[in-house]
Design a protein around this ligand. Structure first.
Ligand code: SF4
Length: 507
């Protein structure tokens, strides 16, 4: 008989370190699910794990230096514990391939963006053969959603609707590393949403590099593209009982159509929030970026969204200092920012991303010029954000209470939540409530103060709804979703597939 101590000793622990975008964060949930199915357990904070997986990002100029620095730190640990394994996956692994083991020969496994499902087998093979295993595929062999997932949140979940991208923005490495767009079957997506709701999740975010081209590539070649597929998907999510909030990221201005605006406005659980990446307000720079919309189209979308949803919060991404950007081009960006009145903006100083066409372009700007423009943009956006946030003082908001979103909460005795439009609101968990407020619960409260990056509601809580997500959070139970989907065969388009469970329904 195996006693408890020896069986504990057999359990191997893991840690996944994630860098980069939401796509990677979600892939890491899949990696965790896979590893737990393979018998690993998550290492407790502060413990030294038996397996460290790096899920890497390649978009920053110094991403590789950071990775190899982190790997060097692990070398002495591995020398002391030869059974420890190290795996490197994600975009940088897809790009660097066997260079990873040449530079860091103590790494056991290198895997790419197309084969995360093979990680347990590669680890086993590396252990058995006592040598590094490098496996990079050129295209997706199975949708990541066909793998189990260990979710990170009791109340909100990511659901991939597509992977890859068919655009060729000159600053972006995604098409080279994630491949062509492949869309997931609507029925599989809705099954996964339902599975999350069955586990108590209240909010889902549909995830794709370019959600508006959804419907492009699951049709068989003889069938026309289903241009209404994304709007249909949003409406189908509206039929899922218990699903309170639907968000999506990222849309693309070139392909964003009015039927999506209508679906957003007419589907009550779709949140009044839109993240619409501008990148530049200059048509000349947009052309150089190979972004196929122009400033006027972008502003037209904003106008139509506001007409249909006057209270929608619209956020954006902007790159400052793209090669060849003149002061006049930059003024165009400031002009669009002034007119669009974004709720907030993710602003980036352009930096060369190895492997992208823009990295080779003439007209790379001196750092001081980029920095000075960046500071002007930030000042403008912060003024607009504060002005827009001030309009909400005195209004009632519904918050899905969040865990870990307020850095100063322990000092200020506040908790935090997200309003339906995505704004972050800090509040004091006291007032008209009978039992403690927990992450995952839903409250309503009146906003009392505005700041550039958040709102404050130091007012009594008006209503407090205890939810199944809150119960699960309290019990420390996180959702697990099973493998969903049947690989990449030709699916049907149009109406969602029947569901196996009860039916509801840095682009
Ligand atoms: S920026 Fe977005 S749309 Fe452009 S290539 Fe990259 S992923 Fe595709």
């Amino acid at each position: 008989m195996i006693d408890e101590a020896s069986s504990r000793a057999d359990v191997r622990t893991y840690e996944v370190r994630t860098y980069g975008c939401q796509m990677n964060v979600h892939d890491s949930e899949r990696l965790s699910g896979l590893l737990e199915d393979a018998g690993f357990t998550r290492a407790a904070p502060g413990d030294s794990p038996d397996l460290v997986v790096f899920n890497t990002c390649a978009v920053r100029e110094n991403a590789d230096n950071k990775l190899y620095g982190n790997l060097s730190h692990l070398r002495p640990v591995k020398d002391e514990h030869p059974d420890m394994q190290i795996a490197v996956g994600g975009c940088l692994a897809q790009k660097d391939r066997d260079t990873v083991v040449k530079k860091a020969p103590w790494v056991d496994v290198v895997f790419g963006t197309h084969n995360i499902g093979n990680l347990p087998a590669l680890l086993e093979r590396a252990r058995h053969n006592r040598r590094a295993e490098v496996e990079i595929l050129e295209s997706l062999d199975a949708f990541p959603s066909t793998l189990p997932a260990r979710r990170e949140s009791a109340y909100a979940g990511w659901v991939s609707i597509s992977v890859g991208c068919n655009n060729t923005c000159t600053f972006c490495i995604v098409p080279a590393l994630r491949g062509k767009e492949v869309d997931r079957r609507p029925g599989d997506i809705l099954s996964e949403v339902q599975a999350l709701v069955d586990e108590g999740v209240l909010e889902v975010t549909l995830l794709g590099q370019n959600v508006n081209s959804y419907g492009r590539s699951f049709a068989d070649p003889d069938q026309p593209r289903d241009r209404g597929a994304f709007a249909s998907l949003l409406r189908a999510c509206g039929d899922i009982d218990g699903l309170e909030r639907v968000r999506f990221t990222s849309p693309h201005p070139a392909e964003f159509t009015d039927d999506v605006i209508e679906a957003m406005a007419q589907t009550p659980n779709v949140c009044p929030q839109l993240h619409m990446p501008l990148q530049s307000g200059s048509d000349r720079v947009l052309r150089a970026m190979r972004r196929s919309y122009r400033k006027d189209r972008f502003l037209g979308i904003i106008e139509r969204v506001r007409a249909a949803m006057p209270h929608a919060a619209i956020t954006t991404d902007i790159i400052v200092g793209f090669p060849g950007e003149t002061e006049e081009d930059f003024q165009q960006t400031l002009d669009v920012v002034e007119k669009a009145r974004f709720t907030s903006a993710f602003t980036f100083q352009y930096s060369k991303r190895p492997g992208t066409p823009a990295a080779e372009m003439d007209g790379q700007l001196p750092k001081a010029v980029v920095q000075e423009r960046y500071e002007r943009l930030i000042a403008l956006q912060e003024r607009i954000t504060l002005e827009e946030n001030r309009k909400l003082v005195g209004s009632e908001v519904e918050l899905l209470v969040a865990a870990g979103e307020g850095r100063k909460n322990s000092a200020t005795a506040r908790m935090s939540g997200r309003a339906r439009d995505g704004r972050l609101v800090h509040f004091r968990p006291e007032g008209n409530i009978d039992t403690a407020v927990r992450p995952g619960d839903v409250i309503t409260i009146v906003v009392s103060e505005a700041a550039p990056h958040h709102l404050v509601a130091d007012t009594p809580i008006l209503t407090h709804r205890r939810t199944g997500a809150g119960d699960r959070f309290e019990q420390g139970r996180l959702p697990r979703t099973p493998p969903i989907g049947v690989g990449l065969g030709l699916p049907k388009i149009g109406a969602p597939e029947p569901l196996p469970t009860q039916m509801g329904c840095n682009a």
